[in-house]
Design a protein around this ligand. Structure first.
Ligand code: SF4
Length: 469
């Protein structure tokens, strides 16, 4: 039987059969209020094969993809609800809802302000260059996912407001020419990460147009292509069914045959996502192309905030041939307060799980916070002369020199993010002194000085018509 993908969003939420038959209408009405602010999308695979609807209130999959009233602060929920009950004009609603979204830190970790590189004086909005060796490429055609995680840190890509998106045009050849030229000029870039949204929602012939130029360009320093995706959790049939699956696997095979390392960065949130027949077949198929698979997810309250869940995932992933990679702290955006666990709790969950898996699964790093200066890992909680401290280090830094050096923060049992932490001595962490130097995408420093914009000078954009189809 061919599986046909069917998505349910706010616009057709009343036609979502599983939701309608298991969840009281009053609860669905609350979901609708939240879904006007935080994008909502789920699909028939996740509904039918992942969520246990008989216990939906406690089901990790349900909590991951369905909006809940508490995802908005109570006062904000009431404001949005009242507004929607009172005003129906589409354009006015759009302006209002975007103003609400702006209160929820839609672009964490400087995604739009600090990571967009500049080449020949132009901001390249389809790329991000935060760490020296890795360039992120955002395909225009991957500004969506097969379902939406409610804690998503790229959620502005999914809302009806161009200004919130990573603006790129439809012309793939121009986007890729720009990306290749940028990579050629930056010998420090060894990895291109195709990201989104989810690149695996693209039709194979579109995906090919983004990936093929990367391995055909024959740039000696470009050694690896990574694909960041949650498609194995949300729609594994992509890799198992029909001609499309064959075309994708063929493309992966071509990458590895070209001697380029292909790493599929798979996002799995809880064990059930690894258990269906289709996901197991899909993983085997991807591995058969010579691609590597690395796994990652944030730790989320209600979804995976138990060490048993993580130990189980890492064991299963290793058995299936994947490499556990990152245990993230949920980012400071959108529904962070709903999903966040304290940094202390995140560390305890990580440590308890890590200590119970074999060395094969101890490839995982974390708890890691992807914040503006870099990826900061909590390596422990110490007591020195009776004083509790968080032990930290950079796994990645805007300045590569920061990586690996231990540093410390005052213990705070309520802290959920880097911004909540205070240095032990003085009022600044060591890297904060240097942050003004690194407040642009890393490659931007390599443009001729005369082209570097000053702080007060707006940077010209690539003319939109150049990129539009
Ligand atoms: S898969 Fe990634 S980009 Fe897509 S909704 Fe989830 S977190 Fe966001």
């Amino acid at each position: 039987m061919t599986y046909r993908y069917k998505a349910y969003q706010l616009s057709n939420i009343d036609k979502n059969p599983e939701l309608q038959s298991h969840v009281p209408q009053a609860e669905i009405e609350e979901m609708k209020v939240v879904a006007h602010v935080l994008p909502h999308k789920v699909n028939n695979y996740y509904n039918q094969e992942i969520i246990d609807w008989e216990n939906y209130q406690f089901d990790p999959g349900f909590r991951l993809v369905y909006p809940q009233r508490d995802m908005l602060p109570p006062a904000l929920f009431e404001i949005v609800k009242e507004y929607l009950e009172t005003f129906s004009d589409k354009e006015e609603r759009k302006i209002f809802l975007n103003s609400i979204r702006l209160k929820l830190n839609p672009h964490p970790a400087g995604q739009k302000t600090h990571n967009v590189p500049i080449m020949d004086g132009l901001e390249l909005h389809s790329l991000q260059h935060k760490y020296a060796e890795t360039l992120l490429i955002f395909p225009y055609h991957a500004h969506t996912c097969a379902a939406y995680c409610q804690m998503c840190f790229r959620w502005p890509l999914f809302v009806d407001d161009e200004a919130m998106k990573f603006t790129v045009g439809k012309k793939i050849n121009i986007q890729m020419e720009v990306a290749l030229e940028y990579i050629r000029r930056h010998p420090e870039i060894t990895n291109a990460l195709i990201t989104g949204g989810d690149p695996m929602v693209m039709a194979p012939k579109l995906l090919r147009q983004y990936i093929r130029p990367l391995f055909e360009a024959n740039i000696p320093h470009l050694q690896a292509i990574r694909i960041g995706s949650k498609q194995l959790s949300y729609q594994p049939y992509t890799f198992t069914q029909g001609k499309k699956a064959q075309q994708i696997l063929q493309l992966f095979q071509e990458v590895t045959d070209a001697g380029i390392h292909l790493s599929f960065m798979a996002h799995f949130s809880h064990k059930r996502e690894l258990e269906t027949e289709s996901v197991q077949e899909a993983i085997k198929n991807i591995l058969s192309t010579g691609a590597n698979m690395r796994t990652q997810s944030p730790v989320l309250r209600f979804v995976n905030d138990k060490w048993q869940e993580w130990a189980g995932m890492w064991k299963k992933q290793t058995t299936m041939g994947m490499i556990p990679y990152y245990f993230f702290v949920v980012r400071d955006t959108g529904a962070q307060d709903y999903f966040a666990v304290s940094l202390e709790r995140a560390w305890n969950i990580f440590r308890d799980a890590y200590s119970r898996v074999s060395g094969l699964a101890r490839t995982v790093r974390g708890p890691s916070m992807s914040c503006i200066p870099g990826k900061v890992e909590i390596t422990g909680i110490s007591k020195i002369f009776g004083v509790k401290l968080f032990n930290l280090r950079f796994l990645q830094g805007r300045n590569p020199e920061w990586v690996g050096h231990p540093f410390y923060a005052k213990y705070d049992p309520k802290a959920i993010w880097m911004d909540d932490l205070q240095p032990v001595i003085g009022n600044k962490f060591f890297f904060e002194e240097e942050m003004p130097i690194f407040d642009k995408a890393i490659g931007s420093e390599m443009i001729p000085l005369e082209l570097m914009p000053t702080k007060n000078e707006p940077v010209p954009q690539i003319p939109v018509q150049m990129l539009q189809g």
